[in-house]
Design a protein around this ligand. Structure first.
Ligand code: CP
Ligand code: NVA
Length: 312
C-alpha cells in the first residue's frame, strides 16, 4: 500500500508525474474531468483547525467523483482513547482512503501501518508535505519555460525560510528542497531548531546537513529566489505565544528584508498569515507575493496525489 506521509514517499519520477497531472487537472477544471474516485469514500480525520486543507480535500475528492467524509477527532472514538491501530482497521473496512491532520507524526504512520487503505498526511507537528508539493508546483509554473520540464525549473534555485525555523512547514521545505535540487537557508532565533526526530528522518533520507541554519535573516535571504515564512505560533504551541513573539520579532519579513533577496524573488506563505507578526501587510500585498496561487494549487496537487494513490 502506497501512502503520502512525507515528500519522499514519491520518487522524483513519481513526483514529476504528480505535478504534470496536477497541471492537467487544473487546465481541465470545470470541464469533463476524470473521476478516478468514483464509488469511493475518503475519510478525513482532523485533530486541528483548517481552512485550506479541509476545503481543498473535500472539494477535490468530490471533483474526482468520490465522497468526502469529514471526521472531527473529538467526535469519533479515537478522541476517547480507541487505539490508532483499531481505528485504522475499522475505517479500512468502510472507506478507500484516509486524509489525516494531527499532532504526533507517529499517528499518521500508525494509521498507515495498521490500515489497508492509502493515508495522506494533511499536516502533523513534523511535516506538511501537501503544502510543499503545492508550493513547488506554484514555483515551477512560474519558472518553467514553455515545454520545459517542471522539476528542471526548480533545480539550483534558493529558498530562504525566515521565522519559526523548526516548524512543520520549514521541515517539509528542507525535505522538498533536497529532493528537487534546490538550496535552502533558514533564519530564526536560537532555541527553535527542528525536533531531534526530524534530524533522524533527514539522516535516513540521506539529507543530513543539507541545509543552512542562521540567526541572520539578511544572510539567509541574500541571492534567494523565494522568501518564505509561516506563523510564529503553530497549532499546539499556543502556550508559548508570548515568548515566541518576543524572540521572533526581529525575524519579521519586512519590505526591507524582502528587498534584500533577488529583485525578482517571490514571497510565499502557507497561510493563515498574521500581518504585523511574521510578515507585514505591505509584503503580503506585494505584486511578487504568490500566496493565493499557493493556496489554489493545494486543490490541484492533492487531486493528483489522490488519483495516483487510488490507482495502485
Ligand atoms: N496552509 C494550510 O494548511 O492551511 P489550513 O490550516 O487552513 O488548512
Ligand atoms: N506551522 C503552521 C502551519 C499551518 C498551515 C501550524 O502548524 O499551525
Amino acid at each position: 500500500m502506497k501512502h503520502f506521509l512525507k515528500e519522499t514517499d514519491f520518487s522524483p519520477r513519481e513526483a514529476a508525474a504528480v505535478f504534470a497531472q496536477a497541471r492537467e487537472l487544473k487546465r481541465q477544471r470545470g470541464g469533463a474531468t476524470p473521476r478516478p474516485l468514483a464509488g469511493q469514500t475518503w475519510a478525513m480525520i482532523f485533530s486541528k483547525s483548517s481552512t485550506r486543507t479541509r476545503v481543498s480535500f473535500e472539494v477535490g475528492i468530490h471533483e474526482l467523483g468520490g465522497n468526502p467524509l469529514f471526521l472531527n477527532r473529538a467526535d469519533i472514538q479515537l478522541g476517547r482513547g480507541e487505539t490508532v491501530a483499531d481505528t485504522a482497521r475499522v475505517l479500512s473496512r468502510f472507506v478507500h482512503g484516509l486524509v489525516v491532520r494531527t499532532f504526533d507524526h507517529a499517528e499518521v504512520e500508525g494509521l498507515a501501518d495498521a490500515g489497508t487503505v492509502p493515508v495522506i498526511n494533511a499536516l502533523t507537528d513534523l511535516l506538511h508535505p501537501c503544502q510543499i508539493y503545492a508550493d513547488l508546483l506554484t514555483l515551477a509554473e512560474r519558472w518553467a519555460a514553455p515545454g520545459e520540464d517542471l522539476l528542471a525549473a526548480l533545480k539550483g534555485r534558493k529558498i530562504a525560510f525566515v521565522g519559526d525555523r523548526g516548524c512543520n512547514v520549514a521541515n517539509s521545505w528542507i525535505m522538498g528542497a533536497n529532493m528537487f535540487g534546490m538550496k535552502i537557508s533558514l533564519a530564526g532565533p536560537p532555541g527553535f531548531d527542528a525536533a531531534p526526530e526530524f534530524d533522524a528522518l533527514l539522516a535516513r533520507e540521506g539529507f543530513a546537513k543539507s541545509y543552512e541554519f542562521t540567526t541572520d535573516a539578511y544572510a539567509a535571504v541574500r541571492d534567494a529566489d523565494v522568501v518564505y515564512t509561516d506563523v510564529w505560533v503553530s497549532m499546539g504551541k499556543e502556550e508559548e505565544t508570548a515568548e515566541r513573539i518576543r524572540v521572533m520579532t526581529p525575524f519579521q519579513v519586512t519590505s526591507a528584508l524582502f528587498a534584500a533577496a533577488k529583485p525578482d524573488a517571490f514571497f510565499m506563505h502557507c497561510l493563515p498569515a498574521h500581518a504585523g507578526q511574521e510578515v507585514t501587510q505591505t509584503v503580503l500585498d506585494s505584486p511578487r507575493s504568490i500566496i493565493f496561487d499557493q493556496a489554489e494549487n493545494r486543490l490541484h496537487v492533492q487531486k493528483a496525489i489522490m488519483a495516483t494513490l487510488a490507482a495502485r
